[in-house]
Design a protein around this ligand. Structure first.
Ligand code: HEM
Length: 538
């Protein structure tokens, strides 16, 4: 059965009939009147002119004229699938969320995506991939809106429009469509050296996955799990594909892009149709919820840092299997609305400044993309838990709300929805201490190290992977028109690994920069990545 909603009147919507907007043996108008002819417009005589009174003509053309909705402002190109998540029970001691209970099965919908390209771009672009999962739990919908790279470009969500403006095609020529080979991209990442860690992950082979079925997923931010007794831990979420992690080479990607730009979405749909259901284990790295939220010198609130799995292994907590394809791309893959705000009792956010901004952005963008505030009522977005939300009216409202008093307490409609019978668990925002002088804009000094984890990543690669990474930098930087940008990025590479810088510099025919040690050696202006902090950094 489809996602169901219970309105305040107790009526269930979202039944299969409700999802199935079309039925019956005959072609009809949108108001259900049977049609005899849908191929010829009504004319005054066989040679026209066409008549304004032809309702069927106007309805058909007008509806078509309004068929497109805006594509996502990022992650526009995606492919989705339905599946099931089964908890192992291993996280039950850490979180009260029922979704993690042993053998508890929860329906999920997953959307994989590229970030930069438009809806019609190639699947094989060198890019980060989105990996967003909607868990339709009994306790509300939980969205884990993840990527296939464990760190992000920026540390503060206020810079998200800037990084997206830099990675999207140039405003003048609208190129490139889906790659990172352009001046604004390299200008941004060389000036904002916190982006270097993320960038090296997708300059390496992980930037061109072999298949969505062979990608890891990372929640990136540190989240807080709340147990039944109120105790908390900090966690990072990881998806591990049962098929392992595989990529294609750049040359393979070029050939596939030409021959089949839909390669990834075809691969996912074909595998599911053939019964080769892709599976991922969900796991967590668990950290003590200390006041400073640091681990081994790593700031857990900095989304440009990982915690190496050698230090904190990933503990498996459940298995996800994708077992059926969407039946309608628009209704499911396009209209699905993920949102990091969709949390359930037992899973809470932390003060990561990137995550905090995401909590506003998704809700906001979907009002434009899905035409108003009622997108939660679209079949793919309907919670499987009962909904009683006191939200009313608005564009595209489909619920018929009963009662006269959508406020609490009231003495007209009766009942107190805040009563919690034994065993029921409301969502409680977990109280966490803040160390605050308000009007603080500077990030903490623990966010300053921009190079050591990029170095760690590069040094963990095999020789072949290192070679591919150097070739990727050389190719992509080779597309830059501005010499100064290439030189600045080479300085950043020298701060990551001198050999990498040397190979790329040789490839570009540029002098090898001397090793840089801090953002100050790369970025000429103090203002850019360290707003509000003293310069040079101590
Ligand atoms: C869309 C992941 C940071 C704004 C997405 C999607 C994913 C994703 C997977 C596609 C969802 C889908 O398939 O429908 C991430 C990750 C981030 C991150 C992992 C960092 C850890 C941000 C930030 C902002 C942002 C900082 C803004 C402040 C958006 C917007 C969309 C989007 C506006 C389009 C949503 C829609 O139209 O439904 N993101 N994102 N993201 N993201 Fe992010």
């Amino acid at each position: 059965s489809g996602p169901a909603t219970v309105s305040p009147t107790g009526q269930e919507t979202g039944t299969p009939q409700d999802k199935m907007a079309q039925g019956g043996k005959f072609l009809t108008t949108a108001h259900g009147a049977r049609l005899k002819d849908s191929d010829h417009s009504l004319r005054a005589g066989p040679r026209g002119p066409a008549l304004l009174q032809d309702h069927h003509f106007r309805e058909k053309i007008s509806h078509f004229d309004h068929e497109r909705i805006p594509e996502r402002v990022v992650h526009a190109r995606g492919a989705g699938a339905h599946g099931t998540f089964r908890g192992y029970g291993t996280a039950s001691k850490l979180s009260q969320a029922g979704v993690f209970a042993k053998d508890k099965e929860t329906e999920v919908f997953v959307r994989f995506s590229t970030v930069v390209g438009s809806r019609g771009s190639t699947d094989l672009a060198r890019d980060t991939r989105g990996f967003a999962t909607k868990f339709y739990t009994d306790e509300g919908t939980w969205d884990l809106v993840a990527n296939n790279i464990p760190v992000f470009f920026i540390q503060d969500a206020l810079k998200f429009p800037d990084v997206v403006h830099a990675v999207k095609p140039h405003p003048d020529r609208e190129i490139p469509q889906a790659q990172s080979a352009h001046d604004t991209f390299w200008d941004f990442v060389s000036l904002h050296t916190e982006a270097q860690h993320h960038t090296i992950w997708f300059m390496a082979d992980r930037g061109i996955p072999r298949s969505f079925r062979m990608m890891e997923g990372f929640g990136i931010h540190t989240f807080r799990l709340v147990a039944q007794d109120g105790s908390t831990v900090l966690v990072k979420f990881h998806w591990k594909p049962k098929l392992g992690v595989h990529s294609v080479t750049w040359e393979e990607a070029q050939i596939i892009s030409g021959a089949d730009p839909d390669f990834h979405r075809r691969d996912l749909a074909d595998a599911i149709e053939a019964g080769a259901f892709p599976e991922w284990e969900l796991g967590v790295q668990v950290f003590e919820d200390t006041e400073d939220q640091m681990f081994a010198g790593i700031d857990l609130l900095d989304p440009t840092k990982i915690v190496p799995e050698e230090l904190v292994p990933v503990e498996p907590i459940g298995l996800m299997t994708l077992h059926h394809n969407p039946s309608n791309y628009f209704a499911e893959t396009e209209q699905v609305a993920f949102n990091p705000n969709n949390l359930i009792p037992g899973i809470d956010v932390t003060n990561d400044p990137l995550l905090q901004g995401r909590l506003f952005s998704y809700l906001d963008t979907q009002i434009t993309r899905l035409g108003g505030p009622n997108w939660n009522q679209l079949p793919i977005n309907r919670p499987h838990a009962a909904v009683n939300d006191m939200l009313r009216d608005g564009m595209h409202q489909t619920a018929v709300h009963a009662g006269v008093a959508p406020y609490r307490p009231n003495s007209l409609d009766g009942g107190n929805p805040f009563e919690t019978p034994d065993g029921d668990r409301p969502f409680i925002d977990h109280p966490a201490p803040v160390s605050a002088s308000v009007k603080e804009r500077a990030l903490p000094a623990s966010f300053d190290d921009h190079f050591s984890q990029a170095r760690l990543f590069f040094q963990s690669l095999s020789e072949v992977e290192k070679e591919h990474t150097a070739q990727a930098y050389t190719f992509e930087l080779g597309k830059c028109y501005e010499q100064a940008i290439r030189e600045r990025q080479l300085k950043a590479l020298a701060a990551i690994d001198p050999t990498l810088a040397q190979v790329v510099a040789d490839g570009l025919g540029l002098p090898v920069p001397k090793p840089a040690e801090s953002p100050a050696d790369v970025v000429p202006s103090p203002a850019l990545s360290q707003v509000g902090r003293e310069w040079p950094l101590d």
